[in-house]
Each structure stands twice: as C-alpha cells, then as structure tokens.
Design a protein around this ligand. Structure first.
Ligand SMILES: Nc1ncnc2c1ncn2[C@@H]1O[C@H](COP(=O)(O)OP(=O)(O)OP(=O)(O)O)[C@@H](O)[C@H]1O
Ligand SMILES: [Mg+2]
Length: 420
C-alpha cells in the first residue's frame, strides 16, 4: 500500500531530463507512480548552458510526469552536477547552554554550521553539510544526538560546495519551469542512494556514475560519505571520438556506440583489413549514404577514451586518500555503464572489483526505470522520501481530482517510445 505521501524528483542531466513521482511502500520499496522523460537541450557537462532551452526541457518532463501520474507537480528534489562541485571534510564544536542542556534541532544546525565554516572559494556556496558522526561530551560515535543531554557537542561532517552562479542557474531553470525546489542534491549522492547496498557502504565503496557529460564520484567508508567529486567527462566524449575517427556524424556515432559498442574489443576480431562482413559495421555517413567501418577500430576508440576516463577516476580516488579503503570496489551507474565489459575494464584500470549498479528497492512501474541511467533520478526520489516526515502535509505533489490517465502497462509502453 502506498503511503499517500508523494515526492517528485527531477534529474536534469546532460542528455535527458527525468521527472519522477514516487511514493514509499510499507515494505521500504519505492513505488513509481509517474515518469516524464525528455531529451535535454541547453545542458553541457552537467551544467546549464542555455536557461530557456533547459527550462523548456524540464517543463516538458514535468508535464509528462503530471499527465501519467495524475499529480500536479508543485515542487521537486532536483539533481545538481558539474565540475564546479567540490567536497571537504570538516569538524564543528558548540557548547550547549547550561539552562537547556537537551539537544534540539537548533543546536544540531548550529554545530553543522560550525563544521562548514571552512574558508570558502570566491563565489562558492555550501550546498550540503552531511553529518558523519557526533561526539557528545567526549563520547564518540553518536549517530543522532537529538534529545540527548550534554555540555559539548562535536560533529564530523562532509561538506559539498559549488559555484553560486551555476547553482543559481539551476534554480532559475526550475523557477521558469514553474517548480519550486525542495532540495538540490548532488548527483553522486542521489545515485549512491539508489544503487549501493548497505553492506557495500559499510565495507567501503565508490559509486561512479558515468553519464553523458559528467562522471560523478561518491566514496563511502563505514557507512559514511567521505569524498565526492565530478569529472567533466562522460559518454558524449566517447561518441565524439567515434565521430572524429570514423568520420561519421555525431548521431550515427551515438547509434553505433549504443547498438554495437563495447568497452574492450572482442578477442580475435581482426582490424578490418580484408576481414569478413561480421567485422564491419554499417553506419550512415554525412551524405546519408551507408559507410562501412571496422568494428575493431570502433571498439578500440571507445576503449582508449574509457581507459583515460577510468585513469582519472583512479587518480581522484588516490588523491582523496580512500583508494585503499574500498573492499566493496566500484559500483558503476549512468547510461555509459551499459557498455558491455565496462566492469572488467574498470577492474583492470582502477585495480578494484567493479559491478554495474541499478536502482534498488523499486516497485510497480519501477521496472521501466531499472537501468543504470536512472540511478540518479530514482535516488533523488528515495532521498526525498527518506527525508519527508510522515506527519507533513502532502504539499510537494498534490493529487489532482482527475483519475490517473494511464494504466501501468500503458505507461511502460509510453516510456519505451521515449527511451533511446
Ligand atoms: N547501451 C548503451 N551503451 C553505451 N552507452 C550508452 C548506452 N545507452 C546510453 N548510453 C550513453 O549514456 C549516456 C547517457 O547517460 P545518462 O542518461 O546517465 O546521462 P545524463 O544523466 O543525461 O548525463 P550527466 O549525468 O552526465 O549529466 C550517453 O552518453 C549515452 O550515449
Ligand atoms: Mg546523470
């Protein structure tokens, strides 16, 4: 039975905007009650490059999600990405007032603010202060001090900041699309919420979401977030390389990558010189005529760029200092994780185990969002559902008086039409 408390998530990616209306079920799973997808315009490398185009994209995704959920969408949890995001770990301490030693939400806000009072870069804004662990009067490892009594409260926290201008642009896009923002959530945190298992988080794991324009990284050790980063590289770079090397249009290269791409060349496939038909791929060239390209060359182009990308991931993990603390390995999400053999290449380049992550705990229409490209959108919804208090009136999404227009079967078919 759905709880009746719905949240809306909007993942504004480089290649697509995805709006989701979700409710939580009593068994902890997430029921997806509506989805709106729209190919993204006005975005590059995870950030807004054209306000009008990006807001039109979001408005279309929202409208589609409204139509097939029967909800009117008022506000949403919204993803934010881009290489402008930076992370740091800080420590905050506050003395608790003697006359009122019980810890209130106000005291918790005060200690988190103290932890985030690190010198900020010019024009940077703190987006999130995520408490890892509290210490109360010397007692370490307090998970939630609310309601406890003490005199001195300390917190260790993970702080994520970003460019104030870039953050402002995302707010403007949503405002123009007519949707208020419940919270801006960095993409790696959202994807991690959806794809990681509790055991992986406890062991030590890195979530690596390779989308179209960015690679989002989040490192968890002992169930707490330690490092986040965004690299301005993604699947679009693979397509660009294919387009240049094979001398075919971007769209044809994208199609080739999706239908026949591999992260590593097939063993035994020759380089195409004098090889049989199976060793070639037919692609539409610039003049509309069919062009033959070598399958092996296409695979080598993809492998070369992915190797470079994964080497940067390894470097990022090494510089963060947590590369030795990842028995859970790497969990890959994002559309690029669909490339066959990408987990194996990751294992070879980064030197840790790797698996493909898909959204967990989904119910109902969730099947349509079961792929790694939807980890961020589903994770955003789950982030929102976990933070929404049950007593709170449903203001984020209001069910309209009209019936839901589509059955789940209808919606799945409709989604299929939209998906690449
Ligand atoms: N089957 C596939 N094989 C290889 N690549 C794929 C496949 N399907 C999708 N992709 C690639 O995945 C990318 C899109 O992934 P995703 O939807 O996660 O990106 P996004 O969220 O829009 O972008 P970002 O998070 O980088 O801002 C595109 O580059 C696309 O070419
Ligand atoms: Mg994405």
């Amino acid at each position: 039975m759905p709880s009746g408390h719905a949240v809306v998530a909007v993942d504004l990616g480089t290649s697509k905007a995805c709006a989701i209306v979700a409710e939580s079920l009593a068994d902890g799973r997430t029921a997806i009650v509506g989805v709106g997808l729209c190919p993204a315009q006005g975005m590059a490398k995870g950030v807004v490059t054209d306000l009008d185009e990006a807001s039109a994209t979001v408005a279309r995704a929202i409208e589609r999600a409204e139509r097939n959920s029967g909800y009117r969408i008022l506000s949403a949890y919204v993803s934010i990405s881009g290489a402008h995001l930076t992370s740091a770990n800080g420590r905050g301490v506050v003395a608790l007032p003697r006359q009122q030693p019980e810890i209130t939400p106000g005291e918790i806000s005060r200690v988190l603010a103290a932890a985030s009072a690190v010198p900020a870069l010019v024009n940077n804004e703190v987006l999130h202060v995520l408490p890892r662990t509290y210490t109360l009067d010397g007692q370490e490892g307090v998970a939630d001090p609310l309601g406890m009594i003490g005199t001195r409260l300390e917190v260790e926290a993970h702080i994520i900041s970003g460019s104030a201008t870039t953050i402002r642009n995302v707010s403007t896009v949503l405002e123009r699309a007519g949707v208020a923002i419940d919270e801006l959530v960095p993409e790696p945190l959202a994807a991690a919420d959806a794809a990681l298992t509790p055991a992986e988080r406890a062991m030590g794991v890195a979530l690596v979401d390779i989308g179209a324009g960015t690679t989002d990284i989040a490192v968890f050790v002992e169930d707490a977030i330690w490092h986040t980063a965004v690299l301005p590289l993604g699947g679009n770079h693979l397509t660009n390389d294919l387009s240049i090397v094979l001398q075919v249009p971007f769209e044809a290269a994208e199609q080739l990558k999706i239908t026949a791409g591999r992260a590593m060349p097939l063993p035994g496939v020759p380089d195409g010189h004098g090889a049989g038909d199976g060793d070639h791929l037919d692609v539409e060239g610039f003049d509309g005529a069919t062009q033959r390209v070598s399958r092996r060359v296409a695979h080598e182009v993809i492998e070369a760029r992915l190797e470079q990308l994964l080497t940067l991931v390894r470097k990022e993990l090494r510089e963060s200092g947590y590369d030795g603390a990842l028995p859970g390995g790497i969990v890959l999400t994002g559309g690029t994780a669909l490339l066959p053999e990408i987990a194996e290449l990751t294992r070879q380049v980064v030197g840790v185990r790797a698996r493909i992550g898909t959204p967990r705990r989904l119910a109902g229409l969730g099947e349509s969002l079961g792929g790694p490209a939807f980890a961020t959108a589903v994770g955003l919804a789950q982030w929102g559902l976990a933070r929404q208090r049950p007593s709170e009136p449903v203001r984020r999404a209001m069910r309209s008086s009209r019936e839901r227009r589509r059955s789940s079967r209808g919606l799945t078919g409709w989604l299929r039409e939209l998906l690449p």
